[in-house]
Ligand binder design. Structure first.
Ligand SMILES: Cc1cc2nc3c(=O)[nH]c(=O)nc-3n(C[C@H](O)[C@H](O)[C@H](O)COP(=O)(O)O)c2cc1C
Length: 205
């Protein structure tokens, strides 16, 4: 599959470049490292996402390849993710605050914590694309084991990992991991997701 075929299409030609550039890379260069400044910039993109009541109910465990947090995560990856995730330069483990802490501090509207974290994650991945970096989010790991091993308090919920790095050579990885990148990228049509007159009636634009 060519880079162009990986871009969302048809109908998405006019999206901003960084949205068009983003796709979930599964072959990372395992010799690449992110600089501290790059990691800070990615976190800053997430930090500046909007949230309900500006509650910012998100946090991130920065697991750079070779760090203690990374070793813990790698141990608990699902089989399908255990080949490609460890090669990324860093994994941002995302967490949502879903209840008050023992001092009574917490998200004003916990219902929106997941929404807000997802938005922060999206900002991070689009910032990554703008920096020429590849990313791939994943939920396939043992969340409880990661939370326990990394001392996550009960009022925070481990949600996903965001693997970030640069794309590697498919010839360097297990063919099953290389093949993941050749899957066609598809989306439901707008007529199924955008409604006008009322729910279920396709928006006519
Ligand atoms: C919450 C979430 C969980 C995901 N979990 C996994 C996963 O465990 N393994 C994986 O390979 N991809 C995972 N993905 C990536 C999706 O499969 C991918 O985003 C989707 O197929 C669309 O592809 P694209 O990002 O290239 O547009 C996950 C994405 C999200 C947002």
């Amino acid at each position: 599959m060519t880079e162009l075929q990986r871009a969302p299409q048809p109908g998405a030609e006019d999206l901003t470049d960084h949205l068009r550039d983003r796709w979930s890379v599964s072959v990372f260069d395992d010799s690449h490292e992110l600089t501290t400044d790059e990691v800070r910039r990615l976190l800053t993109a997430a930090q500046w996402a909007p949230s309900a009541g500006n509650s910012q109910p998100w946090s991130f465990l920065v697991a750079t390849r070779g760090s203690v947090a990374h070793d813990v995560l790698v141990k608990h990856l699902s089989r399908g993710n255990s080949g490609w995730v460890p090669r990324a330069s860093a994994v941002f483990i995302t967490l949502a605050q879903v209840a008050e802490d023992p001092e009574g501090n917490g998200p004003k509207w916990p219902t929106y914590s997941y929404y807000d974290l997802g938005q922060a994650a999206a900002h991070l991945t689009v910032q990554a694309a703008a920096m020429g970096l590849a990313s791939h989010q994943f939920a396939g790991f043992d969340h409880d084991a990661v939370a326990a091993d990394l001392d996550v308090p009960a009022w925070w919920q481990v949600m996903t990992g965001i693997a970030v790095g640069v794309r590697g050579n498919p010839a360097d990885v297990d063919p099953r991991d290389a093949e993941r990148e050749d899957r066609e990228r598809t989306r439901r049509p707008l007529s199924q997701i955008a409604f006008g007159e009322r729910w279920g009636v396709a928006w006519e634009g």
